[in-house]
Write a protein that binds this ligand. Structure first.
Ligand SMILES: C[S@@+](CC[C@H](N)C(=O)[O-])C[C@H]1O[C@@H](n2cnc3c(N)ncnc32)[C@H](O)[C@@H]1O
Length: 157
């Protein structure tokens, strides 16, 4: 199985990018991982929030193939602890799917079409994080999840 993380807009903050790169590299020891960034929309000032969500949603759905399992990162999604998340990853690997895609929404979240196409929603906290910060949190949790599955001494219960 491949894990893909899909997000909108490059990370301009070098420190944040370097932390993401570090976890992405570590994660690559356990699983084929791809971080795909959809370029920021141009001329967003002329768009309403709904129009922006709609356009971003079309771009997100354009990146999803029919065999992908699409999971949204969403503050109102299912919450679990890190051990639970490692089991969630294992369950997906056991199911024989080709690619598990986690998607981070834009500044206003997801369009209804994206919600309709998704197979699940997970929340990393009840709090709302920026669409930039959440990238680091999910790559760290993915890495942590695999260290738990491999019984490696990163996670302390
Ligand atoms: C600034 S938030 C958007 C908030 C917006 N109110 C909404 O309805 O989703 C940008 C993106 O970051 C991600 N995100 C932010 N906080 C999150 C959390 N606690 N758990 C999971 N994802 C989160 C989601 O993918 C969200 O679409």
């Amino acid at each position: 199985m491949t894990i893909k993380l899909l997000a909108i807009g490059k990370t301009d903050n070098k420190e944040l990018q370097s932390l993401i790169d570090d976890y992405q590299k570590r994660l690559g020891f356990y699983i084929k991982f791809e971080f795909d960034i959809i370029p920021d929309l141009k001329k967003v000032k002329h768009l309403s929030e709904d129009q922006q969500k709609q356009k971003e949603g079309d771009l997100i759905l354009g990146k999803i193939s029919s065999t992908d399992v699409l999971i949204l990162l969403d503050e109102n999604g299912k919450q679990m602890d890190s051990v639970g998340f490692s089991g969630y990853l294992q369950k997906h690997m056991n199911s024989g799917i080709k690619q598990l895609v986690f998607v981070i929404g834009g500044p206003y979240g997801f369009s209804q079409e994206v919600y309709n196409k998704s197979q699940g929603k997970i929340s990393l906290s009840k709090m709302t994080f920026s669409h930039q910060m959440i990238r680091l949190f999910i790559v760290e949790q993915l890495y942590r999840g695999f260290t738990i599955l491999k019984n490696e001494p990163y996670h302390h219960r």
